[in-house]
Design a protein around this ligand. Structure first.
Ligand code: NAI
Ligand code: NAD
Ligand code: ISE
Length: 341
């Protein structure tokens, strides 16, 4: 059986997901696409040689009886309306982060999904499918480093020419917010955001970098650097300090060269190759689960928790205070869901 998929938004990651579904993965076929910029949708149909209908907008695509499931890879501000429309149509939907650009928007999605009585939404937090993060979580779960006490993390992009405003937090740091609570099986209680001296490579008016301090319910302290114009490469770091040992997120595989009195290895420059395997596993697991009528990836609730935490980060940044993070209790609808990845 093949899952007939419609993709809304054929930009950078939309094209990537279409490519992997068409050429690398099994069980899915792209039969519908749309983009606010129609030439972009036409181009991907041609490049990937798709047998796909081009719809005038995302709503027409969702309504099509030929579309079994929806992938939302348009700009963040459009996600909420397309996810809500997919829920209303009773169709499974994979939505790239952010689920919505406000916590209220995410809550509307959570409420609509609970009301529909069926879990339909998966959010694109692909780090949960990364072998390195999975190995790190196993190390913690097996008690190899004892009880986690603190984490030192960094999210560095080589550069971010299209970034403005709070995007280092709303577009990049969201991945740490999701992955660290997944890694620790814990939730956040407070955040402080420190703004170091600004790099001269940041776009006008944008702060870069940040030092973000989170505290969890269990009292674990996290310091995370977000630096999206670091110049030297794309680099994601995570070190967990336990009471009997320390565990690091593995580095991506790279040949180590000894030459000219130097020991060196390459550093990646882009997020695409860094997480390519994770994206493949993420979308394959989504296709497989959807065909079985199941849902086991990051949920709408996870998307909501990230959004509430982002809001607290922004308040902490603007007020320069430590801001509490208050989360309502997770609805039983999500707690009783199948095994989470
Ligand atoms: P992009 O700007 O390259 O692509 C967005 C596409 O959406 C564009 O082609 C645009 O024309 C289209 N679009 C915008 N509004 C639309 C609408 N109303 N209807 C249909 N199409 C519309 O952006 P990119 O980098 O592909 O990012 C898209 C989403 O994916 C973002 O939410 C971003 O945060 C997320 N993303 C996630 C990544 C991850 O690691 N999980 C990596 C990169 C992006
Ligand atoms: P992009 O700008 O390259 O692509 C977005 C596309 O959406 C564009 O082609 C745009 O024309 C289209 N679009 C915008 N509004 C639309 C609408 N209403 N209907 C249809 N199409 C519309 O952006 P991107 O880098 O591909 O990012 C897209 C999303 O993916 C973002 O939410 C981003 O956060 C997320 N993303 C996630 C990761 C990740 O690592 N998980 C990486 C990159 C992007
Ligand atoms: C991008 O949108 C992503 O989601 C990448 O995973 C992230 O590392 C990058 O900073 C974002 O711009």
């Amino acid at each position: 059986m093949v899952l007939k998929i419609g993709v809304i938004g054929t930009g950078a990651i939309g094209k990537d997901h279409i490519h992997r579904i068409t050429n690398t993965l099994n069980g899915g076929e792209i039969i519908a696409v749309t983009d606010v910029n129609p030439e972009q949708a036409e181009a991907v149909v041609e490049t990937e040689n798709l047998n796909a209908e081009i719809f005038k907008d995302g709503h027409a695509l969702i309504q099509s009886p030929n579309v079994d499931a929806v992938v939302v890879t348009s700009w963040g501000p459009t996600h909420e309306e397309f996810v809500l429309a997919s829920i209303a149509a009773g169709k499974p939907v994979f939505c790239e982060k952010p689920l919505a650009t406000t916590a209220e928007g995410c809550k509307r999605i959570v409420d609509a999904e609970v009301e529909s009585g069926k879990q339909l939404v998966t959010v694109g937090f692909m780090r949960r499918y990364d072998q390195g993060y999975r190995a790190l979580k196993k190390t913690i779960k097996e008690n190899q480093i004892g009880t986690p006490l603190m984490l030192h993390c960094a999210h560095r992009n080589q550069n971010a020419p299209a970034f403005h405003g709070d995007m280092p937090i709303t577009d990049s740091f969201v991945h740490e917010i999701d992955i660290l609570r997944w890694l620790l099986q814990d939730d956040y209680v407070s955040v402080q955001v420190i703004q170091p001296r600004r790099t001269r490579f940041a776009n006008d008016g944008m702060q870069d970098s940040y030092m973000i301090l989170l505290e969890t319910k269990e009292g674990i302290r996290i310091d995370a650097e977000v630096f999206v114009n670091c110049q030297y490469g794309y680099d994601v770091q995570c070190q967990v300090v336990g009471d009997t040992g320390i565990a690091n997120l593995p580095e991506p595989a790279s040949v180590v060269v000894r030459k000219d009195a130097k020991l060196s290895s390459d550093i990646l420059t882009d997020w695409k190759p860094r997480f390519i395997d994770a994206y493949d596993v993420e979308i394959q697991e989504w296709i497989d689960a959807t065909l079985k009528g199941e849902m086991n990836g990051p949920s709408a609730w996870d998307g909501y928790v990230v959004s509430v935490t982002v809001d607290a980060c922004l308040e902490a940044k603007n007020s320069e205070k430590i801001i509490p993070i208050d989360l309502p209790e997770c609805p039983s609808f999500y707690r009783e869901a199948k095994v989470e990845v």
